[in-house]
Write a protein that binds this ligand. Structure first.
Ligand SMILES: Nc1ncnc2c1ncn2[C@@H]1O[C@H](COP(=O)(O)OP(=O)(O)OP(=O)(O)O)[C@@H](O)[C@H]1O
Ligand code: SF4
Ligand SMILES: [Mg+2]
Length: 375
């Protein structure tokens, strides 16, 4: 992920005007970070929902690159816009939402937001695998898993359905399951962890090269969560995927992601190599998230909940910094202008030795006060 200037290119559904975030402080992406090699490029994306109070953005001016062959983590509290952003990568914004600005470009696919009908259906699954939030409950309860694999193949015009079943078996076996048994099972015959693994297998069986996992371990017990995370790591590496994993749990992102982005009120407020962001968080929101997570800070006694509650679409501040109502460092300046993006200095080579940090592009954040520390 890196930064670029905002473009003026309207999105395909730019029928209504939604104000772009003032000052365009949301982290913007360019072409040098994340190793300079992005499989997915999101630019200046704004996605808004029609509400009684008007068209309100759930994603506001977001730019992000997903580095090819790497895992990017997206973290933020409930309602920050993670799923809306991810669904837009699939051109699947739910009603009454619409993309009002920006673009999503995926290698081998092109401009996803321009696709419609059969072209869009082909891309979903064949190029982009998606494991939906709460996917452990999203299998068809009336059909065994094997039939669902065949349905998926038919809907994509696959002629070699036996080959597809072989691929499904191999994926399920890679995930440590009895493939024959799982293919013959109905949803209710599988545990939550098994269903989650089946969801991942279905997302990958058509050989997608980009996979998006929305809260893949929520609602699983700790041991099952660990095993599903291990499977994601293994399948990602074996298949050379470009992976986006979404979670409200910084621990999950810290375990898995090469780079991470922190989302708040529809903006990405900080992003960078995971180890760098965790070791030296710059944005007060990222700091607050980490302090609230004993698994990361290491000392449960020192965990402190974030003050206040995340905003909903109607209560996101329209001016200044969106985090201001909850920020312990807010100044008068924060009430007026959205903070610009700042790049943190790279850490000394000795502290950057962690292998997963080697994909480093920049470490960037949008905060007036944190910016003073690096100037
Ligand atoms: N279909 C919808 N209609 C109206 N508002 C919506 C709709 N879907 C999402 N929103 C609003 O958009 C904002 C972002 O929601 P989103 O589901 O993307 O957040 P999230 O970060 O994925 O949250 P969670 O962690 O709870 O899954 C929220 O304020 C939510 O209420
Ligand atoms: S210090 Fe100001 S700019 Fe930084 S997060 Fe707080 S309110 Fe926002
Ligand atoms: Mg969500």
């Amino acid at each position: 992920m890196t930064w670029i200037a905002r473009s003026s290119r309207p999105g395909p559904a730019a029928a209504a005007t939604v104000p772009a975030p003032a000052g365009a402080a949301a982290l913007a992406a360019g072409d040098t970070g994340a190793g300079g090699d992005a499989a997915v490029r999101v630019r200046d994306l704004t996605v808004a929902f029609r509400t009684p109070g008007g068209l309100l953005p759930a994603v506001a001016g977001v730019s992000i690159d997903l580095a090819r062959g790497h895992i990017t983590g997206l973290v933020g509290e409930s309602g920050s816009g993670k799923s809306t952003l991810a669904l837009t990568l699939l051109n699947a914004v739910p009603d009454p939402g619409q993309v009002t600005a920006g673009s999503v470009t995926i290698d081998g696919v092109g401009d996803v937001l321009a696709l419609r009908g059969s072209s869009l259906r082909r891309v979903r699954g064949a190029s982009i695998g998606y494991v939906f939030q709460a996917s452990q409950n999203s299998l068809n309860p009336l059909k065994p898993v094997g039939k669902q694999v065949l349905d998926l193949g038919r809907s994509h015009g696959i002629s070699d359905l036996r080959g597809l079943l072989r691929e499904a078996k191999s994926l399920l076996a890679e995930m440590g399951m009895n493939a024959e048994r799982v293919l013959a099972s109905y949803q209710h015959e599988l545990s939550g962890g098994m269903r989650q693994r089946v969801g991942i297998a279905l997302a990958l069986v058509l050989n997608a090269h980009v996979v998006i996992l929305d809260e893949p371990t929520t609602a699983l017990d700790m041991l099952t969560q660990a095993s599903v995370l291990e499977i994601i790591r293994k399948v990602h590496a074996q298949r050379h995927l470009t992976t986006l994993i979404i979670s409200h749990d910084v621990g999950v992102i810290g375990d898995l992601a090469d780079r991470m982005a922190v989302m708040y009120a529809g903006r990405i407020v900080e992003e960078g190599p995971t180890q760098q962001v965790l070791a030296s968080p710059r944005h007060p929101y990222t700091r607050g998230l980490l302090t609230a997570m004993p698994r990361i800070t290491g000392d449960i006694g020192e965990a402190r909940p974030l003050p206040g509650r995340p905003p909903d679409l109607t209560s996101i501040p329209r001016e200044g910094c969106v985090f201001r109502p909850r920020c312990p460092l807010a100044t008068d300046e924060c009430a007026v202008t959205e903070p610009p993006v700042t790049t943190a200095a790279e850490p000394p080579a000795s502290t950057a030795a962690e292998p997963r940090a080697s994909t480093a592009g920049g470490h960037r954040f949008a905060c007036f006060v944190a910016a003073r520390d690096v100037s």
